[in-house]
Write a protein that binds this ligand. Sequence first.
Ligand SMILES: [Zn+2]
Length: 279
Amino acid sequence: MRVSYHREMIRAGIIFSLVLVQAMLLISILTPKNFAIAFLDVGQGDAIYIQAPNGNDMLIDGGSGESVLRALAGVMDISDREINVVVATHPDKDHIGGLIPVLDRYSVTHFLDPGVVNNTLVYKELSKRVVEQTQYTVARKGMRIHLGPDTVADVLFPNRDIEGDINNASVILRVSYKKSSILLTGDAGKGVERIILDEDIESDILKAGHHGSKTSSDIVFLRKVSPEHVILSVGAQNRYGHPHVNVLSALASIGTNILSTAEEGTIVFISDGESLVRK
Ligand SMILES: [Zn+2]
């Protein structure tokens, strides 16, 4: 009797598990995924994670250290060990430092950067991994990254090899999903913002250039982008004094909603293709 009781229990347990698995499959099939963008809280630095509705994903920059791993774990599926595309906007530590642990932890298929060499240990460590583990491409204006049927990232800059200030070599991406769009300018300065002024830059969300430093966010540029939301990717009480008061008043003058990772932590927006809404 005792044995059959256990058998019944086991059988019931198996049936229950199967029903649960079927229910979970049904839920995942019935719930179409939205487009999602997360401005990750990595302290002073940039890291932006994007997921297309088909599950393909992209990471733009990784902050300076390992904090990106915890931030990614907070927004990625626990079973997802792969990132389809990683873009390093430019080889400063607050953008590429965290990409080393990312490449150690995740399988990354494509890697893009502006093709600028930086004579630092962090750059050399990253480059070694990029060459060994990924398909590498130098990002240039006119390239389009197809993340999904309606999800693309257009490279607006650089249009050539850049020398001098590496901030101004930053890869500029305009990401769009149907009617929703986001402009990501890395640490590009006002001079670059003026160069891309004639491109299709009007966007729902703008990540303010160079963490809200006064070297970026030209007023003519801000008016043209005309963003509903502006993201400041900054560390709390950072030693650079970012964001600059002039940038904050320029943003206030265009009447946009200002959000900072220092105050909000990771900032997530989702889109059904019509509009981006805060999650
Ligand atoms: Zn930076």
